[in-house]
Each structure stands twice: as structure tokens, then as C-alpha cells.
Design a protein around this ligand. Structure first.
Ligand SMILES: Cc1cc2nc3c(=O)[nH]c(=O)nc-3n(C[C@H](O)[C@H](O)[C@H](O)COP(=O)(O)O)c2cc1C
Length: 385
């Protein structure tokens, strides 16, 4: 069964459009896993409300004919100030999704961050996108940390994001209601759900099992790769005893760029700086962890003030070129975007992800020109109301 046709892909005009199409294509349980948030989903809608409230003040009659959206992050030059966020279990959503996202990002010269919870091993993604970035959940155990960090370095990755806002797995009632569980528990209801979505069933479910066997969580441990049916993966969304002490261990063993992901308080930004981190991601995990958490955009300026020379990234709810511009104008160096790229992967793998990247790049270009700002650096000077 083919993926989305070129004609239908052309009808997708912005990142939000991917969600509506993916809702039709994916089983309810899988779509809900991607779209959902914690508790009542208050944080998800709040993230959007805060972004929507910000207004930009354009400057006119400036020559913007040489407009560029290139950025330098951790010593690497990229085509645009946004990247694909780490997303676990992506291969359940789209066949070979991690490779598709890595390859599309590499071709477009934007960063891609592989999740520890991915089904594709680090070593394989290291081939698809040499030098790309990794986001780890680590067991609070020094020997495990040392061996895992070595595995990531041996695979050629250059930046290590420590996912730090996952002390425990959050309360996701939508998953329970839809029948999505990790470890994966096959039920008659889930089978019915999948059977009602034959395009996903053949292009992702069966194809993945035929080509790779039982999916395994591949990057959570230096050696073990528990199957998605195994009770061993209960803990992979976090370790309650993981603390700054363990982050220091990662800093000691990891020689590349270290970024702490999930910072929402200026005090934690200060601790990250004192730890010797190279960067932080101001994030509420796309509303998937603590419901009623502040929006990253509400705290970005205060966190920036504590960040010293660290690179500051931001995510959670960014969808439009104007959102990216707002993030940069508020002090971020670049923006992470999650769900839309996974929806795109589900609909049409690399082709659709490439379209998503292109749509956002085009919006940023138009926004920069209309704001009268030729570079991402200069976006920091843009006034807001
Ligand atoms: C399906 C899914 C899985 C995710 N898995 C991870 C993960 O394994 N590690 C991580 O650091 N963040 C994970 N995240 C959070 C994203 O990295 C990112 O912070 C968030 O999606 C940004 O919000 P957005 O989806 O609204 O753009 C996940 C998000 C989604 C949607």
C-alpha cells in the first residue's frame, strides 16, 4: 500500500495540517500516544495560548534581499533554526521512522535528535546521519552511565541531551482510554483498532515486524534491548533517584556537547551552567509530563538571563514560522519541534518529512522578510507587544 500521494501531500500547507491527516491514517491508540498529554492536557493548550498571545512589531523599508536563516549550534552550521525533537517509540507510528527523520533532517541540513526510547539502534542512525544528536534517559548507576556514554560516542554522535524531566512516567489517561500501553499489551480492542486502519497495519505494523522482528527499545542500556512486550521497559520513562549527581557523571564521561532537556526554572538553568552543560532545552515535554507546568515561553527570558554562555533551545507547541521567530526573539538560539514530524513520517516517511521541513523554512523566510530582519542573530532584536 503506497504512502500519501504527491497530490495529497501538496494539499498539506502547514505543520498543523499533518495532524488532521495522521488522525485518519493511524489507529486511535497510536494517534493518541503521539497527540496526547498528561492529565487534562492543560499544558498543551496553554503552550499554544502563550505563543498566540505574543505579537511581533515589524520594521519596514529594510533591504532583506539576502535573508538567511542559517544558525551555528554547538560548533555546527545548520540551514535553519529548528530541529526534530527526540521521540520515543516512533517506529510504532511509522515504519523505520527514526531513519526517515534522520535522513530527511540530514538532507535538509537541520539537526535530528534520536531518543533513547527509539526502536532503531544508535549505531544504525549514526550511519544515516553521521554526527547527529542523542537524547538519553539513563539508569542512575555510574557504570551504566559510563558504558552508555561510550556507546553513544562510539556511534559518532556529537551532542548528548539528558532528558531530565522524567523522574517518573506521567499520568496519560488518553493512553489508558485508547488501549495504548508500554509494555505493549495486545488486546482484542487494539487488534480491532489496527484492523480498521489497514494502511497503517500493512505499511507500519506488519512491515516492521517482518523486517525487524519484535520491536525492541534499543538505546536505553549499553547492552540490553528489551522487547516492547517486556515488563523490563516499565521504567524507561524515568528513574526517580536520578539527580544532578548523575548528570555530573555524564558530564565527566561525555566529551561532546551536553544539553539538559526539560529546564523550566532559572535556578535549574544556573545548576546546568555550573555543571558545565553546553546547552539547555527550555521545555515542558510538549505537555506530556507535568500538567499545569508553565509554558517555556513564559520563563524563557528569565532562564536566558541565567544561562551565561550556554546555548538555549526551546520547545513545546511550536508549529509556525512565527512561533520559531517568537522563540528566537525571546532569547532562544533554536527551536525543537516534535509531533508534526512524526505525523509526517506516518503519512509519507522522508518525502512528507521533507515537505514539513520545507513548509516551515518557507514560513520563516517570509516572516524574516516581513519583519525586516536578515539573520537569526538579528531576530533577537525584534520587538514584541
Ligand atoms: C510521541 C512522543 C514521544 C516523545 N519521546 C521523548 C523522548 O523519548 N525523549 C525526550 O526527551 N522527549 C520526548 N518527547 C518530547 C519531545 O522531545 C519534545 O519535547 C516535545 O514533543 C515538543 O513538543 P511538540 O511535540 O509540541 O513540538 C516525546 C514527544 C512525543 C510527541
Amino acid at each position: 500500500m503506497p504512502g500519501i500521494s504527491s497530490a495529497r501531500l501538496k494539499q498539506i500547507l502547514n505543520l498543523n495540517d499533518f495532524e488532521a491527516q495522521a488522525r485518519k491514517h493511524l489507529p486511535r491508540a497510536i494517534f493518541g500516544y503521539v497527540q496526547g498529554g498528561a492529565d487534562d492536557g492543560t499544558t498543551i493548550s496553554h503552550n499554544r495560548e502563550v505563543l498566540n498571545r505574543i505579537r511581533l512589531i515589524p520594521r519596514i523599508l529594510r533591504d532583506v534581499s539576502a535573508c538567511s536563516q542559517k544558525v551555528t549550534l554547538f560548533g555546527q552550521r545548520f540551514a535553519s533554526p529548528f530541529m526534530i525533537a527526540p521521540m520515543g517509540a516512533s517506529a510504532v507510528v511509522a515504519h523505520d521512522a527514526d531513519n526517515a527523520m534522520a535522513k530527511a533532517a540530514r538532507a535538509a541540513r537541520i539537526p535530528y535528535i534520536l531518543s533513547a526510547n527509539a526502536i532503531t539502534p544508535i549505531e544504525e542512525i549514526g550511519q544515516s546521519y553521521p554526527g547527529c544528536w542523542f537524547a538519553g534517559y539513563q539508569k542512575p548507576d555510574e557504570s551504566n552511565i559510563e558504558r552508555m556514554v561510550k556507546r553513544v560516542a562510539d556511534a559518532g554522535f556529537t551532542a548528548y541531551f539528558l532528558t531530565a524531566d522524567v523522574a517518573v512516567g506521567s499520568n496519560r489517561e488518553n493512553n489508558k482510554r485508547n488501549g495504548y500501553t508500554m509494555p505493549f499489551r495486545p488486546t482484542a480492542r487494539l487488534a480491532f483498532d489496527m484492523a480498521r486502519h489497514p494502511s497503517w497495519l500493512y505499511r507500519t505494523g506488519l512491515k516492521t515486524v517482518c523486517q525487524r522482528g519484535v520491536p525492541r527499545i534499543s538505546n536505553i542500556d549499553p547492552v540490553e534491548r528489551p522487547s516492547i512486550f517486556s515488563s523490563e521497559i516499565d521504567a524507561v520513562t524515568g528513574y526517580a533517584s536520578f539527580s544532578w549527581k548523575h548528570a555530573e557523571m555524564i558530564r565527566r564521561y561525555w566529551k561532546g556537547a551536553l544539553i539538559i532537556k526539560g529546564v523550566l526554572s532559572p535556578e535549574d538553568a544556573k545548576l546546568a551552567r555550573e555543571l558545565g552543560a553546553d546547552g539547555i532545552v527550555v521545555s515542558n515535554h510538549g505537555g506530556r509530563q507535568l500538567d499545569c507546568a508553565v509554558s517555556p515561553m513564559e520563563v524563557l527570558s528569565a532562564i536566558k538571563a541565567e544561562s551565561g554562555s550556554m546555548t538555549v533551545l526551546v520547545d513545546s507547541g511550536f508549529r509556525r514560522g512565527t512561533d520559531v521567530v517568537k522563540g528566537l526573539a525571546s532569547g532562544a538560539d533554536a527551536v525543537l519541534i516534535g509531533r508534526p514530524f512524526l505525523y509526517a513520517a506516518a503519512l509519507g516517511r522522508e518525502k512528507a518529512i521533507t515537505r514539513a521541513i520545507g513548509l516551515l523554512q518557507r514560513e520563516i523566510h517570509i516572516d524574516q522578510c516581513l519583519l525586516g530582519v536578515e539573520t537569526c542573530e538579528a531576530l533577537k532584536e525584534i520587538a514584541q507587544a
